[in-house]
Ligand binder design. Structure first.
Ligand code: IMP
Ligand code: MG
Length: 173
């Protein structure tokens, strides 16, 4: 059994502040499209994109799910939504909630390259560097965190806790 940590790992104000500075950096990059990996990044994407807020910036979504032994290198990642993407020649900002083993982001970047974007830049809210099993580093990171399973602000445990405004650690009860 699991329970939430007694305090949030990141409260709403900390997230707000970090997103503000991240958005200023990202704004300067003039991306054409934000491509968000559902479902975990839905809140991060909404909060970040409305801070970038440039007229021509488009939003698109893709879904990535890992299956099999997800903590092993080359774990299989199923990607859906690629067929309807319009990213040829575009500067893409790829957003996910968390970078853990790195399998998901690495697979996404590789799959997107086939669609010939002008560039792919990656951004994650959270980075668990110590969990990495493939060689992948995001270009932009909101927060580096320890190896803890976290929920809230879009992230789930078996689909629970997603709507919490803060990021919490799950601990053994
Ligand atoms: P990776 O492929 O191992 O890097 O994992 C990426 C995906 O696993 C993320 O997009 C999340 O959906 C999920 N994930 C990894 N760590 C956590 C966590 O601590 N909480 C919730 N989901 C997580
Ligand atoms: Mg995910």
């Amino acid at each position: 059994m699991y329970k939430l940590s007694s305090e949030p790992l990141l409260n709403a104000q900390q997230i707000d502040r970090r997103l503000e500075s991240l958005a200023q950096e990202l704004k300067a990059c003039n991306f054409d499209v934000i491509l968000s990996a559902l479902t975990g990044s839905y809140i991060f994407t909404a909060d970040l994109s409305r801070r970038i807020a440039t007229p021509k910036l488009r939003i698109a979504f893709i879904k990535a799910s890992s299956y099999g032994e997800s903590d092993k290198p080359n774990a299989k990642v199923h990607i859906s939504g690629l067929e309807s993407l319009d990213i040829k020649g575009k500067r893409v900002l790829l957003i996910d909630d968390i970078l853990d083993t790195g399998n998901t982001m690495k697979s996404l970047v590789e799959a997107l390259a086939d669609y010939k974007p002008a560039s792919i830049t990656t951004c994650v809210l959270l980075n668990k560097e110590s969990r990495r099993v493939v060689d992948f580093h995001a270009d932009f990171v909101g927060f580096d965190i320890e190896d803890k399973f976290v929920v809230g602000y879009g992230l789930d445990y078996a689909n629970d806790y997603r709507t919490f405004p803060e990021v919490w650690a799950l601990e053994e009860a």
